[in-house]
Design a protein around this ligand. Sequence first.
Ligand code: VG1
Ligand code: CO
Length: 543
Amino acid sequence: MTALTIATTPIAGQKPGTSGLRKKTPVFMGPHYLNNFVQAIFDAIGGAAGKTFVLGGDGRYFNDSAAQIILKMAAANGAARVIVGQGAVLSTPAASHLIRLNKTDGGIIMSASHNPGGPEEDFGVKFNMANGGPAPEAVTEAMFAITETIREYRMSDAPDIDLNAIGRVQLDGMVVDVVDPVADYADLMESLFDFKALRAIFANGFTMRFDAMCAVTGPYGIEILENRLGAAKGTVTHGTPLPDFGGMHPDPNPTWAHELMDEMFGADAPDFGAASDGDGDRNMVVGRGIYVSPSDSLAVLAANAHLAPGYARGLAGVARSMPTSAAADRVADALGIGKYETPTGWKFFGNLLDSGKATLCGEESFGTGSDHVREKDGLWAVLLWLNILAVRQQTVAQIMADHWAKYGRNYYSRHDFEAIATDKADAMMAALRASLPSLKGRQIEGMEIAAADDFAYTDPVDGSVSARQGVRILFTDGARIVMRLSGTGTEGATLRVYLERYAAGPEGLDHDPQQALAPVIRAAHELAGIEGYTGRVTPDVIT
Ligand code: VG1
Ligand code: CO
């Protein structure tokens, strides 16, 4: 067995987006494509020699062969040891946990997350640092720069190893530890939540549906909910991970998790419903007859986290991405704790979590997490909700009503316009950005614009600045429009329009969000000229 040095040439477009490099699977499977990017990862972090990494993915098509390539490249680059989930599978939060638990130098996660999988769908790779969190912008930019000049990569010619057998093997001088992907993660959950109380509610007839969407959380959900907590067999649906997610779009929102929505709004709905995404870091929470928006979920979790043993000491602070509603800010203010507003993408929470400024973080895109790992964590959010339900002995609908009565309600929705021609989307955003300086004071739909800008973030820990993170239009009554282009899509451009309007109560807290937001939606279309630039009027996905 030899470590070979293989000549290559740069491949255009290997620029990581919001969360790693995502491309169509055939692109990733093309000659040298994965190899160039993996070499760039190792080079960008100062080489792999003597280091230990974690490796796993969400099990989508190409996951297994990609793992063999990455292992052989790690070996040829001199890595000492790689910890791999059995079958090359790890949920993103479980990978983050293993990086931290084993004090490794980082990890490679193979996933395109909520994007569909399969031979013609999407694949992705990202690197997480020793803190367990996604590489910050400075590191992903270094990777991209290396892909633009790369001339060679190193890879062992050793044969494939058996990733299905748990245990230790050698690969060209490197140790490979194949581990149970679920056990350590399940233990971590047991250390944070009151499993005794949760077992008691299930024993007393509490019912739940967890839709794993044929993605990575199936085995995690079955082990934790059914085996450890005693929820009825069949509580977890779509629990067998499939390389193409059974043809489903593994994105837990009302559109793509419609089976769960139908059940939760039907006769005989369970008490609680939830779903997770391709790689297990997202969550959708639904009560019987009530959908909980992710922004509201973050606020409710922040207000009630102290009811779970892992957070009994209270929270240091709450962080949310800029497009996420301000509902969590109201809770932070009431608790007298810190609140932070970051750009979209979990990598921006890392410093706040590492420095102890924030304990809970969340995004409007069905992501919530805490300082237990450095990724958002779908099952964690579900378990925290369960713990809160067990202590409060109320329904989800009652908890939401109480929350809005106390804090008021931030009506919120996101409208996505997918696969727009990139030049049209860029032209629209450019015109919108150019109009920002003239918007202040303008009246529209009976509202007055108080401010308009392009969000820039200065990290309070390391001082790094991230500019152009999304256009914000703020109204004097607290309403808000945010617009940005997606950094995770693989086809054309996706325009995300984030809409928010605050109702203080006590009246008007139970409207349909789309109706409550109607003037804000009309204002967004008019201010950006969405139809004129893109030809689109109706969003593809509303969450
Ligand atoms: C989207 C979400 C963002 C999230 C990212 C990764 O990014 O909006 O909040 O952090 O996906 O989530 P974008 O750039 O497409 O808006 V995951 O679960 O796909 O890793
Ligand atoms: Co995900």
